[in-house]
Design a binder for this molecule. Sequence first.
Ligand SMILES: [Ca+2]
Ligand SMILES: [Ca+2]
Length: 158
Amino acid sequence: MNKLIVISAIAALSSGSALAENLNVGGAVESVCEVSNIATTHYFPALALGNTKTVNFDLKCNDVDGATLTLTTSEGHLQNADHEDRGVGYTAHLTAGPYDFTLSAEDGTNDQSAFQSNGGSNTLATTGVTGMIDLEVTQTPVYAGTYADTLMLTVTAN
Ligand SMILES: [Ca+2]
Ligand SMILES: [Ca+2]
């Protein structure tokens, strides 16, 4: 019974406010979702099982939903320059703030990827976080020659 009385009182009030006008107030903040300060060339002069390299980078993303980080191997391993499917496997372990995942590039299948999504945070949106990719050679090279792969790091706003 009480409830009914309150509702009818509000209805009477709003129908009497003839001068009400709605203002639409809004704004926009530019999207920043990026990886920076990353060196793009890494070379093992005497490629061997167990070789490691650390690639540092900075990550910033101001999407409230956070971001998805993806590592993609173009060749699926370090590919011998003379032969598409003779290669040397490696792993790429990425850590940055809440991100922690590994891409295995060991069987030569092109365009394999690994990814992880995390929610947004003040830190990720303002100062950003530092990250690293630890590369490790996981197979013993058999053939002479040069070996290469293109490893792509992608950051996408959620
Ligand atoms: Ca391949
Ligand atoms: Ca979003």
